[in-house]
Design a protein around this ligand. Structure first.
Ligand code: MN3
Length: 358
């Protein structure tokens, strides 16, 4: 089996190479990284890939994925879109860890998947769980998807408190160790909003059948309720190597030396209703989802710029949703946007948010 890992120096990419190094019949054919050249060099020495790419522009090069059986897309943000589209056109098995591509171009991706008969196996832990729970069940028998959320580090904070939080507070996620961008998205709950959209496009389930439930322990990774009232859920420790491995071995399972879940040790699992009062980003994501079309591209582009500004210490935490809302309010929606529309809206939104954040 030949695998290309796009975004190999990020958190998911590193975990993926760790998983791959334990597989006997697996070769790494392509590796790509954005900036971390020293780590990429080490990976190249170890895995000896035929194709190497550095920087976002090189991701568009199809030689990186052409000879692969599986393409793992683990790059951050909208730069995942072009390699995703190329992988679909080349009818590849896609292990998808990048959710932004589905947020900004969900309708287009759905159309292309049907046309080229390519397959996405999700890597996002919640979506891997849902994918495993649905298994071969007929989709008409699903009554709802139960998407779990840890609630992030500010689940019990007041809004007044949120106006004072700094980067260090935001980057301290209670259950998962992840890259910086997704950790900020988890703190604003934008990540959970994105995941609702991701689930909608991956599984073709309407938004009113996707329920978000807070589960602080992050042990139940998500579940599916069927029309007879049965719920099937997937459980596991909080280690991304689990969903990554499943996406690579699907439809089979392989032995893994990852620590097993000990339920008696955990003792109790809690579930709460999600309160979105302090998390306007979640509400913005849902309203963009309902409008759909190019509004979803605006949602993501504005969020990417705002999160970058926050990480660069240029804006406060509570300014993030304010910038996104402004960008959404001025946008004239394009229904069923094509790739050209999406790239244009993405570019214009970034320019606008850069401008108003100054
Ligand atoms: Mn997730």
């Amino acid at each position: 089996m030949k695998i290309s890992v796009l975004g190999s120096t990020g958190s998911i990419g590193k975990s993926a190479l760790n998983v791959i190094s334990n597989f006997k019949n697996c070769t790494v054919i392509g590796l790509s990284a954005n900036k971390n050249k020293s780590l990429l060099n080490k990976q190249v020495k170890k895995f000896k890939p035929k194709y190497i790419a550095v920087g976002i522009n090189e991701l568009k090069n199809i030689s990186l994925i052409k000879e692969a059986d599986i393409v793992l897309i683990a790059v951050v943000g909208s730069s995942g879109l072009i390699p995703l589209i190329n992988s679909i056109r080349l009818k590849k098995r896609i292990a998808l860890a990048n959710k932004e591509a589905l947020v900004i171009a969900g309708e287009l991706i759905s159309r292309l998947l049907k046309k080229y008969k390519a397959k996405i196996v999700p890597v996002d832990s919640e979506h891997s769980a849902i994918f495993q729970c649905i298994n071969d069940n007929d989709k008409s028998q699903i009554s709802k998807i139960i998407l779990t959320a840890s609630g992030g580090p500010f689940r019990n904070h007041s809004y007044k408190n949120l106006s004072k939080v700094c980067i260090k507070d935001v980057l301290r996620h209670p259950t998962w160790r992840m890259g910086k961008k997704i950790t900020v998205d988890s703190a604003t709950l934008m990540n959970k909003g994105f995941e609702v959209i991701e689930a909608h496009y991956l599984f073709g389930i309407p938004y009113d059948k996707i329920e978000v439930v807070v589960h602080p322990q992050s042990i139940v990774h998500s579940g599916v309720e069927f029309i007879d009232g049965s719920i099937i859920a997937q459980l596991g420790i909080t280690d991304m190597r689990l969903p990554i491995q499943y996406a690579l071995t699907y439809p089979k399972r392989e032995y893994s030396s990852i620590k097993k879940l000990n339920l008696a040790e955990i003792g109790k699992l809690e579930f709460h209703k999600l309160s979105t009062k302090n998390f306007p980003c979640f509400e913005l994501a849902l309203s963009a989802a309902k409008i759909s079309g190019s509004m979803l591209t605006v949602l993501n582009a504005a969020n990417e710029v705002a999160v970058k500004k926050f990480l660069d210490n240029k804006i406060s935490f509570i300014k993030i949703p304010k910038l996104i809302e402004k960008a959404m309010n001025r946008h004239k929606v394009i229904k069923n946007p094509d790739l050209e529309d999406i790239l244009k809206v993405d570019f214009e939104t970034r320019e606008y948010v850069e401008e108003i954040a100054r």
